[in-house]
Ligand binder design. Structure first.
Ligand code: GDP
Ligand code: MG
Length: 455
């Protein structure tokens, strides 16, 4: 993906039959490619205008399709280069032939992500924005899409640049003191510097923490629905997924194998897992189901405990104690609030978990339950803020944070300024890499290798 200066083309729309399909062209010969396919000499003369014409193979002259197309001169384009687009009928054969015509007219096939790669090389976007392109395309929920769009608009890059600028300023101060090795930096200055860096460290830590939310929004969360038999777990799965997914019956022990449903609740992509009920003396098969329940609960981001609030005599009880694991969140739904004997339950070990009374049967309290779920998973973090969404971002910010913390520790114990300067340099490098200002070819290649063709 190096040869800049040549012209690339690719089908930018999904494969298969569709009403429309688009061939995208970028590079210095974009206008010429259009002119040769459309047999018109006006692409470059009529930029930014949509025109209609018959596309033909530039060599054989064979007609291919009636198309809409336009030409935009660089550098004010998505890639920063001259670009053209040809919009035809979306059949796989038509699109393949349009692409073939573009190649015969002087373009070469684009590699995956090469359009975005050129946008990056031409300084139109930074690396966090490039990553956001695929995030937006792959977004599975409303919140994830909103977050990706904020990143695409440069929100994350901007926030990280601010951290970087502050590090650069602190670095400059330390480096300057290195020029006069005989003069120690005055104590006041050292204190101010340490204070400023502590603030940077706090902001970096906040950024690093936001990854938990970012990965949840982009990759989704797993919610295991657990509890005693007959509490209404399967009914709840069906209600939340708005689909008759799991068998519901008054006979306890109906559900044995875990049942999954993929839903979007409160803007978050969730995998809900309905499980076999937990009780003290299960039958043989039921016991095997319960093993699976415990496994599902261990692997979940959130464990949703459903209890039967009307099970007055406690025959079934609150189920054998199932603890909330480290790093997990818990939520309790005390179901069957529509029944006269209903009372609130506080299961042992779940005292700190949010608890709600609901009636799945009468569809009462379910919106509140969804809000509580979303709150428990996302906390109060503002999804519009600079939230990290990729492992690469998290690793880089964490690395920068570690170096800044070392620099602060160095200043506190009045270590050799050379050491402090080195830590600040490494911290800066980590953030600059993240933004793509000094990223190695391997890092850049790894990012663009995940792209789809034509993007
Ligand atoms: N009255 C009442 N019955 C419910 C409610 N939710 C579920 N049930 C009933 O409780 C029984 C067990 O429900 P099910 O979803 O199979 O429970 P599970 O064993 O926990 O999966 C069924 O007969 C449901 O119709 C509720 O909110 N109120
Ligand atoms: Mg069930």
């Amino acid at each position: 993906m190096d040869g800049r200066g040549d012209t690339i083309a690719a089908i930018a729309t999904a494969r298969g039959e569709a009403a429309l399909g688009i061939v995208r062209v970028s590079g210095p010969a974009a206008a010429q490619v259009l002119e040769r396919i459309l047999h018109r000499r006006r692409a470059a003369q009529a930029p930014r205008r949509i025109w209609f014409g018959r596309a033909c193979h530039p060599v054989t002259g064979e007609p291919i399709d009636d198309v809409l197309c336009f030409f935009c001169p660089g550098p004010d384009t998505a890639t920063g280069e001259d670009t053209a687009e040809i919009q035809g009928h979306g059949g796989p054969l038509v699109m393949a032939r349009l692409l073939e015509a573009a190649l015969a007219a002087g373009a070469r096939p684009a590699g995956p992500g090469e359009f975005t790669f050129r946008a990056f090389l031409n300084g139109r976007i930074d690396l966090t924005q490039a990553e956001a392109v695929m995030e937006l395309i792959g977004a599975r929920s409303e919140k994830a899409a909103r977050l990706a769009l904020a990143h695409l608009e440069g929100g994350l890059g901007e926030a990280l640049s601010k951290h970087l600028d502050r590090l650069v300023a602190a670095s400059a101060q330390v480096e300057a003191s290195l020029d006069f090795p005989d003069e120690d930096l005055p104590l006041v200055e050292v204190r101010d510097l340490a204070d400023a860096l502590r603030e940077v460290a706090r902001d970096l830590a906040r950024s690093a923490d936001s990854f938990a939310l970012g990965s949840l929004l982009t990759r989704g969360a797993i919610v295991a629905i657990v509890g005693p038999p007959n509490a209404g777990k399967s009914s709840l799965l069906n209600a939340l997924s708005r689909c008759d997914r799991a068998l519901v019956d008054h006979e306890p022990g109906t559900t044995r194998d875990p049942i999954e449903a993929h839903v979007e609740l409160g803007g978050i992509p969730l995998t809900l897992i309905d499980t076999a009920g937990l009780r003290p003396d299960p039958g043989r098969i039921e016991a095997r189901g319960m093993e699976r329940t415990k496994r599902a609960a261990r692997g979940a981001d959130l464990v949703l405990l459903v209890l039967d609030g009307a099970d007055g005599d406690g025959a079934i009880g609150d189920g054998p104690g199932l603890a909330i694991g480290a790093g997990q969140r818990g939520l309790v739904a005390v179901n069957k609030k529509d029944l006269p004997g209903w009372r609130d339950r506080i299961p042992a070990g779940w005292e700190d978990a949010p608890r709600l009374g609901v009636s799945v049967l009468k569809d009462e309290g379910l919106p509140e339950l969804v809000s509580a779920l979303s709150r428990a998973l996302c906390g109060d973090v503002d999804p519009q803020a600079a939230v990290l969404t990729t492992r690469r971002q998290h690793a880089a910010v964490s690395l920068a944070l570690r170096h800044v913390e070392c620099a602060v520790a160095g200043l506190e114990r009045r270590a050799d300024m050379e050491l402090v300067a080195a830590d600040l340099r490494w911290g800066r490098d980590a953030l600059a890499d993240l933004l793509g200002r000094s990223a190695t070819d391997e890092v850049v290649a790894a990012i663009f290798s995940t792209f789809c063709l034509g993007k």
